[in-house]
Design a protein around this ligand. Structure first.
Ligand code: ATP
Ligand code: MG
Length: 341
């Protein structure tokens, strides 16, 4: 993999459209490279943008472009199942628990992969995808990944969790054990003493070791992903020429610097020069004011300006129109991959 292009910004500013347009243009300009576009927004809309059913499997869109809208729940379930099973078994090995059907039932019904915190699930799925075990099951080695991200707050979670997930995991495990202990506490002392000799400590220790190893694996993967994003990730923030969205990309810039390199800013949906429309002229001149403020603020970065198109940019052809609007009709592919101010 050579590059991971990540598009971020406020809701509704055109992140998905510019991601898709960028992916299509790169696949046109680089016929020998394999490009993958991934939606990391739970509210996927790549299928709508491409006018093709994409869904949870890597789907071919052109000769060298593929797309996927992963089902985060399915991934999370698949990858947390093993850990949950081991935790359940460990709890059942605790003195008493395995002997008293109510507690066993309590554990079975309380601890399912649904009980894992959502942020952790999303992060696990994000890592699994980028760790490429899954996207490469079809034996396609992708050269460039374009990642369509959710709005800023959720984007930060995806970046920060790989570093923090072991903490989150441990906290989750502690909650787990506290609940089991709570359930045991409700059982009479007499029972507890009767059952003490049946404590199978050895088995518990083995399981404890396995869980520990899984957590170490998790930490290693988190590190691998953080490094990958750090080394080949390229963030581009998308904004419209209005104050709230401009403020948001300033915050996003500050919050993401430790995870990924910011390489450019897209100012999207600028109203074209109107002929006879006072209202449009007014809006446009306000937008131009913000455009120059944005350019000033991000002067060390590449800035791409794009106008609001009359036709909704969807389907391969619509996305190509948007791509040329964004990057210009005689764009050099290197300016997209390694933009310079
Ligand atoms: N330059 C443009 N000209 C015209 N329409 C555009 C342009 N860019 C985006 N759009 C339209 O604006 C709408 C929002 O775009 P898009 O879904 O790409 O935004 P988003 O930032 O991904 O939103 P969300 O935060 O909901 O994921 C879509 O209907 C899209 O077709
Ligand atoms: Mg989107």
């Amino acid at each position: 993999m050579e590059k991971i292009i990540v598009l971020g910004g406020k809701g509704g500013v055109g992140k998905s459209s510019i991601s898709a347009a960028t992916a299509v243009l790169l696949s046109d300009l680089l016929p020998n490279k394999k490009i993958l576009i991934i939606s990391f927004d739970m509210a996927h809309n790549l299928s709508d943008l491409f006018k093709l059913e994409i869904g949870n499997r890597v789907t071919q869109l052109t000769t060298n472009l593929w797309g996927i809208e992963p089902d985060a729940d399915e991934y999370a379930e698949r990858y947390t199942k093993d850990l949950i099973e081991k935790m359940k078994n460990l709890s059942k090995q605790m003195p008493l628990v395995g002997k008293i059907p109510q507690i066993e039932k309590f554990i079975d019904t309380t601890f399912t992969s649904d009980s894992i915190p959502l942020a952790l699930k999303n992060a696990m799925f994000f890592q699994k995808i980028l760790d490429a075990e899954d996207i490469n099951t079809q034996e396609i080695q992708f050269d460039i990944i374009v990642a369509d991200f959710p709005p800023t707050a959720n984007m930060i979670t995806l970046f920060e969790i790989p570093e923090d997930q072991v903490k989150v995991m441990l906290k989750y495990s502690l909650n787990f054990y506290n609940s089991v202990k709570g359930a045991i506490r409700n059982i009479s002392k007499v029972w507890r003493n009767i059952m003490k000799p049946f404590d199978n400590y050895e088995e518990r220790r083995e399981l404890g070791k396995e869980i520990f190893n899984m957590i170490v694996e998790l930490e290693k993967r988190g590190e691998r992903i953080s490094n990958l994003i750090h080394d080949i990730g390229s963030l581009r923030l998308v904004t419209i020429a209005e104050k709230p969205s401009f403020e948001e990309i300033k915050r996003a810039r500050d919050l993401t610097t430790r995870y990924i390199q910011l390489e450019g800013v897209h100012i999207n949906m600028i109203i074209p020069e109107p002929k006879k429309c006072d209202f449009c002229s007014k809006i446009r001149s306000q937008q131009l004011k913000y455009t120059s403020e944005i350019i000033k603020e991000f002067k060390k970065l590449k800035i791409w300006e794009s106008e609001k198109l009359r036709e909704e940019p969807i389907g391969l052809d619509g996305l190509r129109v948007l791509a040329y609007e964004v990057y210009g009709s005689n764009v050099n592919v290197d300016d997209i991959i390694n933009p310079k101010p």
